[in-house]
Design a protein around this ligand. Structure first.
Ligand code: ADP
Ligand code: SF4
Length: 699
């Protein structure tokens, strides 16, 4: 197929100062969790996007000095010449595909705690960035910068820029966003200075302007200098001479950077989950920038629709279509648009599991794209599949995320595959969960796989097929995969050991499976959550929307506690408040008699009673692995039926989030008939010799 002419504009080259981006697809800086200690994995992750057609590919934040130390979050750095080779691996790999390579040079200021370096963090006025925020809370306060600190900071930026050029980067960033040091200078709430760096907008911008010029000198004009800036709070502040202070800041620095990379102020507003924000959510804040500069502007908005991208350009909002999440979910998004195959795009579902992996301090993973982070260590490619290693037929029982991913990947490896599901529709948990408030975009995880399967004549789907052990034995497949999912239990919570407690099998006690089946109809309802992710919050919201009076209770300190990692939590509170849901935290349900539930404080044991007719327990899930254990009990008959092995995957084996199920399906399918190995994946290696880039294996 050929590219649709209306998308041609996306493939225009764009001049960025001294360099030219080959097209408008721009992977903005975003975290990978793969630090300098995983240089090959990091390079392969970024290079995959260049291979997929992203014309510019950037690093995540790279610290310029030990006084910017974000530990225990994964920290990439360019502190000395010894750090150059690890970054050169990435620039070489990206350049091989004709893309530009950008580096986000970063000083965290009071947004870091410097837990490793133990250097007091620097700030304009000794104030912290969100110091009481539950995710960042810490005891180390910052130190107001003195005169000598300005010279040092400018030297660090210039030195890092020089090294970035040596490492092969085409674009070097000044980072004035997300509460980090240079953003702190822009915000009057954090910048109380009375010298040349505080007060007026011109003064608050001064340091950024100086650093841009320092970096231009340090790179001898060979690199483009990009300014990444957060505009949310500034846009909310009326300006003296223009509509807002954001306008005044952009006017003050107008053509000084070669590129404006514009964004929001904090992770929840910058990368909101699709549950609470649609594609293009930044536009109301950043829409004015392009009118105030002749330099190109890049911004993000979880864009996966090429029509939405074209609209951003034609309406004069953006010159370059920035992406983090869409480029993670589908590194080949640009090539698919170029080939006229935009229906094949693996669209980001906006679940923010990728962001949670950063917040958890581990290498990146993605719900939609199981190959993310596996490019180098397992050699997985999102679009290329090793042909099958045998002529075995594979029967997959269960068409949930694990079964469908497994079928799609095996199908693309040319295996003969049959998928059986007892339901009349494929999708497993996705069928129900995508009907919960805000989760409609997660349907993309199902649609992408069904769309891919439709193109494969070697995969057959058998619905309304409740498979029993005899059916499987008689089926005639050499390989059997059990992907039958998990079910929610009515187990209460043992607060002392923090494990599931006794099963409460009584009238009026329900699980999420009952909610999906429409069995919870009588209020008031108490939703008791010790799973702590999205499910209980969504269910509380849904039942309240149905007109039931709902109370939410959890042993955790916050509602939907784990969802702070996916940026959902603040919006969960908003959503529950909007529906009038009452919240109780640090409590466990110790009993329910059909009319009254007893809540006990997990620290003090203080008890209180809540009137409710229904109790929904969102706690423990149990793998549906009976087919797997039953088949293993018949092991001696397998040979008679031609069966070589039976494997349990996904929620049936180990209940988890959808990301785990999809990865499990991919893992089985990619590993089938591959040579066995002692190690599940290759271990990354460090460069230790700054000159030769010699490699020493990690012990
Ligand atoms: P996962 O997240 O691991 O993919 P799901 O719960 O989403 O798990 O999907 C499991 C699927 O398995 C569901 O669609 C369910 O209908 C199906 N299933 C469970 N038991 C059987 C069975 N005995 N025969 C056929 N399908 C089954
Ligand atoms: Fe999108 Fe979720 Fe993948 Fe992140 S993890 S890129 S939000 S699909």
């Amino acid at each position: 197929m050929a590219r649709k002419p209306r998308f041609d504009i996306l493939f225009d080259p764009v001049r960025i100062g001294p360099v030219t981006a080959p097209n408008r697809f721009y992977q903005v800086p975003h975290a990978s969790g793969m630090t300098n200690t995983m240089p090959h994995g990091r390079a392969a992750f970024r290079a995959m996007k260049a291979a997929g057609g992203w014309g510019t590919v950037c690093t995540g934040a790279v610290s310029i000095h030990p006084s910017s130390d974000d530990a225990p979050l994964p920290l990439a750095r360019l502190w000395s010449d010894a750090d150059i080779p690890t970054h050169a691996l990435m620039t070489d790999a990206v350049h091989q595909h004709g893309a530009l390579a950008g580096i986000e040079l970063w000083h965290g200021g009071a947004g870091t705690m410097n837990r490793v370096s133990r250097i007091p963090p620097l700030s304009p006025s000794g104030l912290g960035w969100m110091p009481t925020h539950v995710g960042f809370i810490g005891n180390q306060k910052s130190r107001a910068m003195g005169r000598e600190d300005f010279a040092a900071l400018r030297g660090w930026y210039a030195g890092a820029a020089r090294r970035a050029r040596q490492a092969g980067f085409d674009i070097v960033y000044v980072y004035a966003g997300m509460g980090y040091l240079l953003h702190e200078f822009l915000l009057p709430a954090l910048n109380h200075r009375t010298d040349a760096y505080g007060g007026s907008v011109a003064n608050r911008c001064r340091l950024i302007g100086e650093i841009i010029e320092d970096m231009r000198g340090a790179t001898h004009g060979a690199c483009a200098i990009a300014l990444r800036i957060s505009l949310e709070e500034l846009r909310a502040r009326p300006g003296l001479h223009a509509e807002s202070e954001a306008h005044e800041v952009v006017m003050a620095l107008s053509d000084q950077p070669d590129l404006w990379d514009v964004k929001m102020d904090s992770s929840p507003s910058d990368c909101p989950a699709s549950r609470f924000a649609a594609e293009g959510s930044h536009e109301p804040v950043i829409d004015f920038v392009r009118r105030l500069t002749t330099r190109p502007v890049v911004g993000v908005g979880r864009f996966t629709s090429p029509d939405a991208m074209v609209s951003q350009i034609r309406r004069g909002v953006l010159d370059l279509i920035g992406a983090a999440r869409p480029s993670i979910a589908d590194p080949f998004l640009p090539r698919k648009i170029d080939a006229g195959c935009e229906d094949d795009i693996r669209e980001c579902i906006g679940c923010n599991i990728c962001i949670a992996s950063w917040h958890e301090g581990v290498p990146i993973r993605c719900t939609q794209n199981a190959t993310v982070g596996e490019e180098w260590r397992r050699g997985w490619h999102p679009e290329i599949f090793v042909p099958r290693g045998s002529n075995d037929r594979v029967l997959i029982v269960g068409a949930g995320p694990a079964g469908l991913e497994c079928a799609l990947t095996l199908g693309r490896r040319f295996y003969d595959v049959a998928v059986a599901d007892r339901s009349g529709q494929p999708g497993g948990r996705l069928v129900h969960e995508t009907k919960l408030p805000g989760l409609a975009a997660w349907r993309r995880a199902l649609d992408y796989r069904l769309n891919g399967l439709r193109a494969l004549a070697n995969v057959s789907m058998f619905l309304d097929s409740d498979m029993k052990i005899d059916d499987i034995l008689a089926f005639g497949a050499e390989r059997v995969v059990i992907a039958t999912g998990a079910e929610w239990t009515r187990a209460l919570y043992d607060a002392r050991l923090e494990v599931p407690g006794p099963i409460l099998d009584a009238p009026g006690v329900f699980t999420p499976d009952d909610v999906f089946a429409g069995r919870v109809t009588t209020g008031p309802v108490l939703v008791f959550d010790y799973e702590n992710y999205y499910m209980a919050g969504c269910i509380a919201e849904q039942l309240a929307r149905q007109g039931l009076q709902v109370t939410y209770a959890t042993p955790a300190g916050h509602a939907s506690a784990w969802s702070i990692l996916t940026n959902e939590q603040p919006r969960v509170y908003e959503a529950l408040a909007a529906q009038g849901v009452a919240l109780h935290t640090t409590v466990a349900v110790s009993g329910f008699d059909g009319g009254v539930a007893r809540l006990v404080n997990i620290f003090t044991n203080a008890a209180r009673e809540i009137s409710c007719a229904s109790l929904v327990i969102v706690g423990h899930r149990s793998g549906r692995d009976a087919l797997h254990s039953g088949l293993h009990a018949t092991r001696e008959t397998w040979a008679d039926h031609g069966i070589r092995d039976v494997t349990c995957i996904g929620d049936a084996a180990a209940p988890g989030a959808i990301v785990h199920a999809i990865h499990a399906g991919a893992l089985y399918a990619r590993d089938l008939d591959m040579p066995p190995s002692d190690m599940p994946y290759a271990l990354d290696e460090l460069f230790t010799d700054p000159v030769a880039g010699a490699i020493r294996e990690i012990a």
